[in-house]
Design a binder for this molecule. Structure first.
Ligand code: NDP
Ligand code: HEM
Length: 509
């Protein structure tokens, strides 16, 4: 607070606040510093200069280990259709009910300064400030992912980042991993279709990918997957357009989102749910905990239930978007994670990285703070800035009355039993079926199969020869013609066999 009792950050441009040091001492000239005479050394007593430098030295916090480059805004979710027959989530309890939210979109592999139009999946995260706590949807713009065994996540991500020796993106690392882990091929088909280079964040869909559970107080539940379909229409760049934009305006998607909202052209998404009862899930062809598979829409139709709109830009990017902390474990009564092992691992990983990136009290940062929370048993720690629950007891005291809301259903949902095992999934013929389905979907859209072949070959040609060959074999298992076309197109672009550079060459994307 400053002298006139206003929090310092609330001054408007039209006002003329008194400039002070960080401890509130008025300063005559922010550019002046203290020294001996007009040519001598500086003085340790110059708190203004030393504090300014010391604070500047600490301006950077760790960037997100993945999804470092992103943009976001505020908005709202509105229930458009009644789904109370399957959901007891308070936010979804009534048609017309609105819930405020903040969203962040991102690329995955690049650093904070990397181009927005890189070929990559896009993150699609929303934090809903519901009356019963924050509910985070930490989704992607693809309905599947590269893996179903969580241990592979750090290993896979390393191959999409920089070579430890050259510090370059490395096409051999990239395809070496993918061509030896064929469960990834369905996601690779999405990534190298033109949807791997969306025109903007406003023109892409979002998918939960994982199966979750909608639970009811009577103990019954359904398995669900959520889809957000862009109301702006799906629109993509070609590979060449994306590359051109990367050099002309590397922040294109960030700018597009900000400018649209600023001029009142609010992007929105229609929100749907796919529902399977436990009995249906039991008989389903696909393992519903396998993140590399979709639930075919003809068999499990999309049921509409909401509209999500972004309508307000942030005031301060760092405070509100860099510091926003999403986690699949930020859930509310009525929704639970499924047994999907990748989702289960994510429940741990996100709060863990938030503690590292933002500190143990990350939930106190205004953009992360729930509408109301009362948790006085979590005390102290770095940056406890919310009053630290004052004189409230820090244990369940018999002298302090509290209300406890029974949120757990009374019946058991799922019963698991089995020996503790070391598990790793196998790749089977089933792993190529949905990838083949997508190849056929691309075939229904003029030019999309050609673009796919061009997108893969333009990247794969920089990999070593044996890696390239293994990759042709992988695509041949999806479709023989696809494998042949990729082999032909790639070999036309690949360097001569004698070139020592092949393999360590920087990927072209
Ligand atoms: P359908 O044959 O019933 O419909 C195809 C779906 O594919 C569309 O609904 C659309 O989903 C999506 N799609 C259309 N064009 C593209 C594209 N260029 N790149 C990526 N996706 C596209 O779908 P099925 O459910 O039987 O699945 C067939 C294939 O479609 C799957 O192998 C899967 O890869 C892909 N797909 C399936 C989704 C699902 O949840 N079932 C979701 C997205 C893709 P949308 O309207 O969401 O864009
Ligand atoms: C970001 C881990 C799989 C979507 C992150 C971050 C980590 C992480 C550590 C950085 C978070 C931060 O610093 O705030 C993992 C692990 C995974 C996994 C360990 C698998 C075991 C997935 C999947 C999806 C996904 C399958 C989508 C379905 C996202 C998104 C972000 C993100 C959207 C960006 C969040 C934001 O905007 O702040 N992930 N991830 N991740 N992840 Fe994952």
């Amino acid at each position: 607070m400053v002298a006139d009792d206003k929090p310092a950050s609330t001054f408007k441009y039209s006002e003329k606040p008194l400039y002070t040091t960080s401890n509130g001492c008025p300063v005559e000239n922010p550019e002046a510093f203290q020294r001996v005479g007009s040519n001598g050394p500086l003085l340790l007593q110059d708190f203004h200069l030393i504090d300014l430098l010391a604070h500047f030295d600490r301006e950077r916090i760790p960037e997100r280990v993945v999804h470092a480059k992103g943009a976001g805004a505020y908005g709202e979710f509105e229930v458009t259709h009644d789904i109370t027959d399957i959901s007891s989530v308070d936010m979804l309890s009534k048609v017309g009910k609105k819930t405020p939210c903040v969203a962040r979109f991102s690329t995955v592999g690049g650093e904070k300064g990397s181009p927005d139009t890189a070929r990559d999946p896009r993150g699609f995260s929303i934090k809903f400030y519901t009356d019963e706590g924050n509910w985070d949807w930490v989704y992607n713009n693809t309905p599947v992912f590269f893996l179903r065994d969580p241990t592979k996540f750090p290993l896979f991500i390393h191959t999409q980042k920089r070579n430890p020796q050259t510090n370059l993106k490395d096409a051999t690392m990239f395809w070496d991993y993918l061509s030896t882990h064929h469960e990834a091929v369905h996601q690779v088909m999405h990534l190298f279709s033109d949807r791997g280079t969306p025109y903007s964040y406003r023109h892409m869909n979002g998918y939960s990918g994982h199966t979750h559970k909608f639970t009811k107080p009577d103990g019954t539940f359904n398995y669900i997957q959520i889809h957000l379909k862009t109301d702006q229409g799906s629109k993509t760049f070609t590979n060449d357009e994306a590359g051109k934009m990367a050099s002309e305006n590397p922040d294109w998607n960030t700018q597009d989102l900000f400018d649209s909202i600023q001029k009142g052209d609010y992007p929105s998404w229609s929100v749907y749910v796919q529902v399977l009862s436990p009995e249906q899930a039991e008989k389903f062809r696909w393992n519903i905990f396998d993140l590399t598979k979709v639930w075919p829409q003809k068999e499990v139709p999309l049921r509409p239930f909401g509209k999500f709109t972004l309508n307000k830009n942030v005031e301060n990017y760092f405070a509100e978007i860099e510091q926003v902390a999403f986690s699949p474990s930020h859930l509310v009564p009525g929704v639970e994670p499924s047994a999907d092992p990748v989702l289960q691992s994510r429940l741990f990983s996100y709060p863990d990285t938030h503690r590292h990136r933002l500190g143990v009290n990350y939930q106190q940062i205004p953009v992360n703070a729930p509408l109301r929370a009362f948790n006085p048993y979590q005390r102290d720690g770095l940056m406890a800035v919310n009053g630290n629950y004052g004189a409230n007891p820090n244990y369940p005291s018999s002298y302090r009355n509290m209300t406890y809301k029974p949120v757990k259903p009374t019946n058991e949902h799922e019963k698991w039993a089995g020996a503790a095992v070391s598990f790793l999934s196998d790749v089977t013929d089933e792993d190529y079926v949905q990838a083949n389905g997508l190849w056929k979907v691309l075939g229904r859209q003029p030019g999309q199969q050609d673009n796919f072949v061009g997108n893969v070959s333009g990247h794969l040609c920089a990999a070593k020869e044996d890696t390239r060959k293994r990759t042709y074999e992988m695509f041949s298992k999806v479709d023989a013609d696809l494998g042949r076309r990729i082999a032909e197109a790639t070999e036309r672009l690949a360097p001569a066999p004698t070139s020592q550079a092949a393999g360590s060459a920087q990927s072209r994307l």
